[in-house]
Design a protein. Structure first.
Lengths: 115, 114
């Protein structure tokens, strides 16, 4: 069974540019989560999709971040325009049952560097 | 609001040394506690978990953790570390009313000298 995949693995962009990160969850997982870790700090929750609906987007830092999950399969996270403080690692996770946190399976992350 | 704190940012040990990584949390309600690990170049994965019952929890690869309610702690231990334990370790108590959001500690980087 394929795990959670993320693309790209690394991205280097200049301040003011736009970047789109993609996450493909495990097949059949309705729940998809985005987390990020900025500059060696703690990993922070960004948002949670159930199928194509945003269940909880309380962790989204500001309106420069837009997450979508059209069709309830893969998800994209767009940062527009990117700022220096957006540099970090963006993790995606998916689960079948959101009531059991141990069932969240993480992807390898996308390392974003904004110059 | 709940929070979790990990006391050690970077720990360096020699092989065969004993390990204890601290984790303290600060909320009431139902306590479910987890330790996650990220080996170099690999995904975050669950190391061990505590839901209820025996406060001494056994995980994979010889790790264990003890939940001490009176101290709000869930420290990770291993009697004898190996070079392959080099990784970053995260303590994580989920939001007590929902398992849909993981709140991670700041992480402890463990380096093992061969």
């Amino acid at each position: 069974e394929a795990g959670v995949t993320q693309f790209p693995s690394h991205s280097v962009i200049e301040k003011g540019q736009t970047v789109t990160l993609r996450c493909d969850p495990i097949s059949g997982h309705d729940n998809l989560y985005w987390y990020r870790r900025v500059m060696g700090k703690e990993i922070k929750f960004l948002l949670h999709f159930v199928k194509e609906s945003k269940q909880d987007e309380s962790g989204m830092p500001n309106n420069r971040f837009l997450a979508e999950r059209t069709g309830g399969t893969y998800s994209t996270l767009k940062v527009q325009p990117a700022e220096l403080e957006d540099s970090g690692v963006y993790f995606c996770a998916s689960s079948q049952d959101p009531r059991v946190v141990e069932t969240q399976y993480f992807g390898p992350g996308t390392r974003l560097l904004v110059l | 609001a709940q929070s979790v704190s990990q006391h050690n940012h970077h720990v360096i040990l020699s092989e065969a040394a004993s390990l204890e990584l601290g984790c303290n949390y600060s909320y009431g309600g139902t306590v479910n506690l987890f330790w996650y690990v990220q080996y170099p170049g690999q995904h975050l994965q669950l190391l061990l978990k505590y839901f209820s019952g025996d406060p001494l929890v056994k995980g994979i690869k010889g790790f264990e953790a003890e939940f001490i309610k009176s101290k709000f702690s869930f420290n990770l231990r291993k009697p004898s570390v190996q070079w392959s334990d080099t990784a970053e370790y995260f303590c994580a108590p989920p939001k007590y009313s929902s398992a849909s959001k993981i709140i991670f500690g700041s992480g402890t980087r463990l380096s093992i000298r061969p």
